[in-house]
Design a protein around this ligand. Structure first.
Ligand code: ATR
Length: 270
C-alpha cells in the first residue's frame, strides 16, 4: 500500500499543502499520496485514528486543530512542547503518535535562504498569539542579540516573553512601547488579513533592515507596503509555508526537498 499523508483543517480546501507535497514527492522520487481532509471541528482525534487505520503514516495540521493535535500525541519534540501546538504528526513504528511543529524552522530557514542574518540581530516580533508562540524557539536558537514582542494586548506579549526568557534576551509590551531601530521585524499578527496595520513608529527600521510578514497573498500585505515605504527589504510568508512543509517531509521521509524550486512554481500560481 502507498504511504499516505494528509493535511487536516477546517476548512481545508484552500490549503496549498497537497500541491507542495506532490511536488516534493516528484522531486525526490518518494512514492506517497498526500490529500486534504476536513476533520469535524469536535472530532480531530477520531479523524487521525481513522486515517492511521487506512494507511496514514503522518499528517500536517492546520487551523483550528493545532492544539487538538498537541493534546493527542504520545510524545512531543521539545519545540512542540514549548509551542503548545503541533503542525506535524508522525506515526512511529510502535504505533505511537509523535508531534512536532515545523513552522519556526520553516520561518528561520526562509530567512536564511533569503540571506537575512539573525545571529546578533535586533529582532521585533509583532503579535503574541499561537502563530508567534510557535516560532519563538527556533528564532531564539538562531542567536539574535535581542527579541522584543509587541502586541495590541500588551499583557499577552509580556507573558509570552516571560515564557521564553530562559532562551535569550526576550522582552514584551504594547505597540506604544516599541523602541527601534530593529534589523528584522516579523509580523505575526492576523491584522493584515483585515487590511489593518498595527500603530508603529516610523523609525522602526535600521539601515538594511528586513520586514517579514508571516502572511502572504497575490499582493504585498499592508504591513509589507508600509515597511517598503520606510526603506525595509520585504519578504512574505510563502517561503515559510513551503519551508515548514519541507521540514515535515524530512521528518516523515528522511529526505530534504529543494524549497526554492517549489516556491518559485507556487509563486506563479498566486
Ligand atoms: P494566530 O494563531 O494567528 O496567532 P491568535 O492566537 O488569535 O491567532 O492571535 C492573533 C494575533 O493577532 C494576536 O497577537 C492579536 O492581538 P491581541 O492579542 O491583542 O488580540 C493580533 N491581532 C489580530 N487583529 C489585530 C489588529 N487588527 N491589530 C493588531 N493586532 C491584531
Amino acid at each position: 500500500m502507498t504511504d499516505r499523508y494528509c493535511v487536516f483543517g477546517h476548512p481545508v480546501s484552500h490549503s496549498k499543502s497537497p500541491v507542495i507535497h506532490a511536488a516534493f514527492a516528484e522531486q525526490t522520487g518518494e512514492a506517497l499520496e498526500y490529500t486534504a481532509i476536513e476533520a469535524p471541528r469536535d472530532g480531530f482525534a477520531g479523524a487521525w485514528r481513522a486515517f492511521v487505520e487506512s494507511g496514514g503514516r503522518g499528517a500536517n495540521v492546520t487551523v483550528p486543530f493545532k492544539e487538538d493535535a498537541y493534546r493527542l500525541c504520545d510524545t512531543l519534540t521539545p519545540r512542540a512542547e514549548r509551542a503548545g501546538a503541533v503542525n506535524t504528526l508522525i506515526l512511529e513504528a510502535d504505533g505511537r503518535t509523535r508531534g512536532d511543529t515545523t513552522d519556526g524552522a520553516g520561518l528561520v530557514g526562509d530567512l536564511e535562504r533569503c540571506g537575512v542574518t539573525l545571529a546578533g540581530a535586533r529582532l521585533l516580533v509583532l503579535g503574541a498569539g499561537g502563530a508567534v508562540r510557535g516560532v519563538l524557539e527556533p528564532l531564539l536558537a538562531a542567536g539574535p542579540a535581542s527579541l522584543h514582542i509587541a502586541n495590541r494586548t500588551a499583557a499577552k506579549a509580556s507573558a509570552l516573553a516571560a515564557d521564553f526568557r530562559d532562551l535569550g534576551e526576550v522582552s514584551g509590551g504594547g505597540f506604544d512601547a516599541v523602541e527601534g531601530p530593529f534589523d528584522v521585524v516579523i509580523n505575526g499578527t492576523s491584522a493584515s488579513l483585515g487590511g489593518e496595520l498595527p500603530p508603529l513608529p516610523d523609525d522602526l527600521f535600521a539601515p538594511g533592515a528586513t520586514a517579514y510578514d508571516m502572511m502572504y497573498g497575490a499582493e504585498p500585505t499592508v504591513f509589507l507596503r508600509w515597511a517598503s515605504e520606510r526603506g525595509a527589504e520585504t519578504l512574505d510568508g510563502l517561503g515559510m509555508l513551503v519551508g515548514q512543509a519541507a521540514e515535515s517531509f524530512m521528518l516523515w521521509r528522511g529526505v530534504r526537498p529543494d524549497v526554492t524550486a517549489v516556491l518559485e512554481s507556487l509563486r506563479r500560481t498566486l
